[in-house]
Design a protein around this ligand. Structure first.
Ligand code: F6R
Length: 357
């Protein structure tokens, strides 16, 4: 039930701090230590390569999941769009593990991959919000998102839940492999939940950004580098699916290799700047588009902010920053859609789960 909320999407955005806290609890043992079923840890450790298979928002979560698993657990990961993978399979290693990320667990494009890799005898793990869903039943192992039902067509809390669960999977696998990740994930996810809360409590600011940058535009660019690039892809998907503004997420450094030709006087460019190692690079990319007339909206993080940034997010562990920086993406998209009188919860041409290939 959406209760007093005008839309499920807004309710689900607001639930995200609680979802992150619930996930931490759900994956803690009686000593408050993060834990993953031993058979899943064995499958992770047995893998010489991991393939993440997903569609849409779940694919965007997979791009970040790759960073978590490679950087924390040291296992090489590839991320694939499910509708392509089954028809154009890459050369597979000897012991691959396939991780299916799917909120609904019913996405037909992902299921066709599961059927094919099972025929090949490979191991599978599904990360899903729905226990008993098709992908969960048909794969070897399941990790649940514990996000609660997601009703709005545009996925919000399932994405942050996917990131939280993937970070836990990566950290616990790292520990099983004898690797020190160098921080306390339970503590860092607690800080993240508070930072998300601060964002959902800043709705007026988000609405103002939607008004200032998106009220009349036909199109919009999202740029970022490294993890911010992946969050920008998700931001652009959110904006286009509910507001119908043509939006494109781009790697900041790639823009000048062609796409910058689309920048006109006043084109909004939403730039994410939460990653210290590339802060100067993304700032440089913003100058490039501003010099061509773009209207840049910079969303940065404490410690990296500069005068004129539109929004400064609270400092969190950089690897976990996508869980926080995606919140303004969701809220700005929500208000942009609202201002255009769009049907936020049921955008045109879309269904909540896509059960046809
Ligand atoms: C976007 C959205 C879709 C889904 C995609 C995969 O907001 O909801 O892009 O993420 O259809 O769905 P699941 O995760 O159920 O496999």
């Amino acid at each position: 039930e959406k209760g007093t909320y005008p839309h499920y999407m807004l309710k689900e955005i607001d639930e995200q701090p609680a979802v992150v806290r619930k996930i931490v609890q759900a994956y803690q043992d009686e000593n408050d230590k993060l834990t993953i079923k031993p058979e899943i840890l064995e499958a992770m450790q047995a893998a010489d390569r991991i393939h993440i298979i997903a569609a849409g928002t779940s694919y965007h979560a997979g791009l970040i999941g790759k960073e978590y698993i490679e950087k924390l657990a040291g296992i090489p990961v590839e991320v694939h769009v499910s509708s392509e993978f089954g028809y154009n399979m890459p050369l597979l290693s000897e012991n691959p593990l396939f991780i299916f990320i799917s909120q609904s667990g019913e996405t037909a494009d992902s299921r066709q991959v599961l059927v094919k890799i099972k025929e090949l005898g490979h191991a599978s793990l599904t990360v899903t919000n729905v226990a008993g869903s098709t992908l969960s039943r048909e794969s070897d192992h399941t990790l649940l998102l514990h996000a609660g039902p997601e009703i709005a067509v545009a996925s919000t809390k399932a994405y942050t839940a996917q990131l939280a669960v993937l970070s836990i999977l990566a950290a616990v696998t790292a520990e099983a492999r004898g690797l020190d990740i160098g921080f306390d994930l339970v503590q860092e996810l607690g800080i993240v939940a508070n930072a998300i809360q601060a964002q959902v409590d800043s709705k007026e600011e988000m609405e103002q950004i939607a008004t200032d940058f998106l009220s009349t535009t036909r199109n919009c660019f999202f740029i970022g580098r490294v993890m911010d690039y992946f969050v920008g892809l998700e931001g652009s998907l959110k904006l286009k699916e509910i507001s119908y503004i043509q939006a494109e997420g781009f790697a900041g450094g790639e823009l000048k290799h062609g796409t910058i030709a689309l920048i006109e006087e006043g084109t909004p460019v939403i730039a994410l700047a939460t990653q210290e190692a590339v802060n100067l690079n993304i700032r440089g990319n913003v100058k490039e588009v501003a010099a061509r007339g773009a209207n840049p909206c910079i969303i940065s993080m404490e410690g990296l902010q500069e005068e004129g940034d539109s929004l400064v997010l609270p400092k969190v562990n950089e690897l976990l920053s996508p869980l926080v920086s995606v919140i303004p993406m969701q809220l700005i998209s929500y208000y942009a859609a609202l201002h255009r009188d769009c049907d936020v919860d049921k955008p045109r041409n879309l269904a909540k789960s896509v059960t046809v290939e």
